[in-house]
Design a binder for this molecule. Structure first.
Ligand code: GAP
Length: 511
């Protein structure tokens, strides 16, 4: 792919063209930052959810799942701190009338300085070759030192002013750094204001009797309020976890980058309840375990990195992101948070109900501490889709577009193709489809020359093509074509199912 921006544009158009993602209510010109999953997208999304669920719930004896409602008692959000603290600092540009997150403006500025420093480092690396000492260069080259120290200073000041809720200083910082509106270049800014991200709605038949509710901004609270129900009915012993997948809603100020930041999205979260004092051990365990889950998909170790948080959310005593190398750079894909006993204690206080565990080994009751893993399903979708889309030049000089989605997640596992539409080949192909569809999502395709059908399936992300030809009539064998290597092998019809099961099994991928 030519460059990252270009690649990202191709990701978006490919997602539409191949039935993965459409803009929401497109016939009315769409709704900003809301998307619909199409016929292939819904399958990929379902498979990612299943891959997560199996690894979290089925592979851990002490983790169970729930599916709590999106609408919750409004006091939930008072207790969780979302009513008072789930805010983003926003700033408007008076000339362009564009709205931005003030912290993102400063972070983007810092990232530009970082990129300038990295450019100098790359240039020097080329110039000095093997003799290059990067650590020394970074601490002694005046330009690099200047860029990196300016970057650090800006981020430090931002963190401090946000911590102190000093929004006037955030504005002062934007002005001092001479940050301009990316759209218009203007530096004519309003004051910075806090903006609550929760969507409000109403419950009730008439305006007078209606109760104000919120659409949940995270699935986690549905787990906390059910902590005791699950612990008691499931006879769970600490440490144990509760997992959940489901929709969450945030009225994001800056919603861009396709499905990276949406207003309606899906989370896959797990709250792990532990003894107070043991949370750091489990925090490290879950950081490592979640990274392994990502690496199991084979999308390249170099595309992941940890980012430990300096500025912690109101509920956390440690937090890290697993960042992924998206087409627009490394960004948060998943969060691992040590949430202390903040949530359960707050719900005890607001509900007046005890949310404690009696630990028979310690012979005492306590409010457990919580380590959370939280990943956006849509973000995971984007990570997989953008990483899988490749444009390859083949040996004969022609090129192909291929979507190398890990086969365990691919929407359609195999396409069965009769070489020609006659001589009984379609009947055999349809029989194969009928046999395989009990275990796999497979399709039948007879339109166009077989080469074009292969290209179509490559671009749609189908890992295998099974071709029925005239030899099949003689010896009941077919060709099995692998999407990634384009290699074809001849196998008996009777072995297709076993072959697919061996290649596309959760055991193979997850272990
Ligand atoms: N319960 C903790 C929590 O919600 P978060 O860091 O706000 O933490 C967790 O969100 C994950 O949810 C993120 O790492 C991201 O993958 C996903 N996420 C958050 N906001 C999102 C949005 N507006 N659109 C898509 N995914 C989002």
């Amino acid at each position: 792919m030519a460059n990252k921006e270009d690649h990202f544009k191709k990701v978006i158009s490919h997602a539409k063209e191949y039935g993965y993602i459409f803009g929401s209510s497109e016939i009315y010109d769409g709704l900003s930052a809301v998307y619909d999953y199409a016929q292939n997208g819904v399958e990929l999304k379902k498979n990612i959810r299943e891959y997560w669920w199996r690894s979290m719930v089925y592979m851990h004896q002490n983790i169970v799942g729930i599916d709590a409602a999106i609408l919750m008692h409004p006091t939930t959000w008072k207790a969780s701190g979302h009513v008072d603290a789930f805010n983003d600092p926003l700033i408007d540009n008076k000339d362009s009338k564009k709205r931005y997150r003030a912290d993102v403006l400063v972070e983007d500025y810092a990232e530009k300085l970082n990129q300038k420093a990295q450019k100098e480092i790359t240039k020097a690396k080329k110039r000095f070759g093997d003799a290059f000492d990067e650590a020394q260069f970074v601490t002694t080259n005046p330009r690099v030192v200047k860029y990196l120290s300016q970057k650090e200073a800006a981020l430090k000041r931002l963190a401090k002013s946000l911590e102190n809720e000093d929004l006037a200083d955030v504005k002062a910082l934007i002005e001092e750094l001479e940050i301009a509106c990316p759209e218009s270049g203007s530096r004519n800014w309003t004051d910075v204001k806090q903006f609550n991200l929760m969507f409000g709605t109403k419950l009730g038949a008439s305006a007078e009797s209606a109760t104000d509710l919120y659409l949940r901004p995270e699935t986690a609270q549905g787990i906390f309020v059910n902590f005791l129900n699950v612990q008691k009915t499931g006879r769970m012993k600490i440490p144990f976890g509760i997992a959940q997948t489901g929709k969450a809603f945030r009225n994001e100020i800056v919603a861009r980058q396709f499905i990276f930041r949406m207003r309606e999205f899906e989370q896959m979260e797990m709250q792990f309840f532990v003894r107070p004092g043991e949370e750091m051990k489990w925090y490290e365990y879950w950081k490592e375990t979640r990274l392994k889950w990502h690496l199991s998909l084979g999308m390249g170790e170099e595309n992941y990195r940890f980012h430990d948080h300096e500025k912690l959310a109101h509920y956390a005593n440690a937090a890290a992101d697993i960042e992924f190398n998206f087409p627009f750079g490394f960004k948060e894909l998943e969060g691992i948070h040590s949430r202390t006993d903040f949530d359960l204690k707050a719900h005890e206080e607001y509900s007046g109900k005890k949310l404690q565990f009696f630990d028979p080994e310690m012979n005492e009751s306590y409010v457990p501490y919580v380590v959370e893993t939280s990943i956006g399903l849509d973000r995971m979708f984007l990570a997989i889709f953008s990483n899988s889309l490749k444009e390859e030049t083949l040996e004969d000089g022609s090129s192909r577009v291929v979507l190398k989605i890990p086969s365990i997640l691919a929407p359609v596992k195999a396409a069965v193709l009769p070489l020609v539409k006659k001589d009984g080949l379609p009947d055999i192909a349809k029989e194969i489809v009928d046999t395989l569809r009990w275990d796999f999502n497979v399709i039948y395709d007879e339109k166009d020359a077989v080469g074009r059908r292969y290209r179509r399936q490559d671009a749609a992300g189908t890992p295998f093509c099974i071709t029925v030809d005239h030899q099949t009539l003689e010896d009941q064998t077919v060709t099995l074509r692998d999407r990634d290597s384009m290699e074809q092998v001849r196998i008996p019809i009777a072995e297709i199912s076993t072959h697919l099961k061996d290649t596309i099994s959760y055991q193979k991928w997850l272990s």
